[in-house]
Design a protein around this ligand. Structure first.
Ligand SMILES: Nc1nc2c(ncn2[C@@H]2O[C@H](COP(=O)(O)OP(=O)(O)OP(=O)(O)O)[C@@H](O)[C@H]2O)c(=O)[nH]1
Ligand SMILES: [Mg+2]
Length: 360
């Protein structure tokens, strides 16, 4: 899963990025890799995976990962070259979701690019830039595709029609997600990668002291866009991420907060993208978590593990993670008849431990 972070300058993007990457590294006990200075791959902490691994004595433990992309702040007029312009947006065209950091704290020590704190206006400023970036991209592609469409190829003609509709919508201030791609050109959306078609998670960067919710105006905006919203203090999270996990946990309790910012961001991202996790674990082999779309079949899940395993799929042996842990392993689950055999159409459930039998 890849997530791109956007927001105005000084909104707190890099603070959050640092908090997420460090907390992920500590909590999942998994070294995050900085792919580029501004891309970090973070292990998703999952207690269930640890318990499964312990139970069946699997090593190593390999969590699912999320790659966060931190980019330079956008300002009003970025599409016309203001500030650093919008050239960095290309870096997040390929991501699965957007994490939109909005300043909601009023610390005067931190300069606001527009000299006032107004979360909703800030969100709208960024979203306008995303729309304009998409418009530019869509117009350019429409130019090329409409020339190719003269050849009469059905998919290309359909793509050109879709792009025309999309350009209209974007000019009218509507997001690309409002214009579904045509059935005849299933790759059209991926080829363009519009930013305003991606699911959005708003992160309200609130004061350190407050266990506040996201501001009401922002919450309403998020609901209307079917987006998620969480509130946290990026500075506080980045400071807590410097501590040892148990020290950080104690500090959180003292501050009256519960779950870590990382945990909330990840949980919200899973909800937003409608993802679930299943696990694979073999004795003396690795234990691994896999995130897939809800409704993924056993056959689809096998493909997530390895294409060879999918090709030779015979059946899946399924046991919910807590049953496996309670019964002390696969043998115990099998003795109790709780290791179920399922065919390729079985819809994998969150927390399933899955062993695929396959013919190599
Ligand atoms: N008081 C307070 N300050 C914060 C918080 N989060 C970030 N800051 C401060 O705001 C300033 C900017 O934070 P960054 O994380 O660098 O902001 P950014 O969005 O990456 O900024 P650009 O990269 O310039 O676009 C820093 O001085 C942070 O310490 C917060 O929750 N509370
Ligand atoms: Mg930054």
């Amino acid at each position: 899963m890849r997530i791109g972070i956007v927001g105005l300058p000084n909104a707190g993007k890099s603070s959050l990025f640092n908090a997420l990457t460090r907390a992920g590294a500590v909590a999942a006990n998994y070294p995050f890799t900085t792919v580029e200075p501004n891309v970090a791959v973070v292990g998703v902490p999952d207690e269930r995976l640890e318990r499964v691994a312990e139970t069946v004595r699997a090593r190593p433990v390999v969590p699912e990962t999320i790659a966060f992309h931190d980019i330079a702040g956008l300002v009003r007029g970025a599409s016309a070259g203001e500030g650093l312009g919008n050239r960095f947006l290309a870096n997040i065209r390929e991501t699965d979701a957007i994490l939109h950091v909005v300043r909601a704290h009023d610390d005067d020590q931190v300069v606001h690019p527009e000299g006032r704190v107004d979360p909703l206006a800030d969100v709208e400023a960024i979203e306008t830039e995303l729309l304009l970036a998409d418009l530019e991209q869509a117009e350019r592609r429409l130019d090329r595709v409409s020339r190719q469409a003269k050849g009469g190829d059905t998919a290309v003609v359909a793509e050109a029609a879709w792009l025309r509709e999309l350009v209209e919508a974007l000019r009218g201030g509507r997001a690309a997600r409002a214009v579904p791609p045509p059935a005849e050109a299933p790759d059209a959306l991926r080829a363009l990668g519009p930013l305003t078609a991606k699911p959005v998670l708003y992160v309200a960067n609130v004061d350190e002291g407050s266990a506040a919710d996201a501001p009401d105006a922002l919450r309403r905006h998020a609901e209307a866009a079917e987006a998620g919203a969480v509130a946290l203090s990026a500075r506080l999270e980045s400071e807590l991420a410097e501590l040892e996990p148990d020290e950080a946990a104690a500090m959180r309790v003292e501050l009256g907060g519960g779950e870590s910012g990382l945990a909330r961001v990840i949980r919200s991202a899973f909800e937003l993208l409608d993802l679930i996790s299943f696990f694979t674990a073999g004795e003396d082999k690795e234990a691994r978590a896999h995130a897939v779309a809800r409704g993924t079949t056993a056959w689809g899940a096998a493909g997530k593990v390895h294409s060879d395993i999918q090709r030779g799929f015979v059946r899946a042996e399924i046991v919910p993670w807590h049953v496996l842990v309670e019964l002390g392993g696969y043998a115990g689950a099998r003795d109790r008849g709780l290791l179920r055999l399922e065919g390729r159409d079985y819809a994998v459930q969150d927390g399933d431990v899955l062993t695929v039998r396959f013919t190599p």
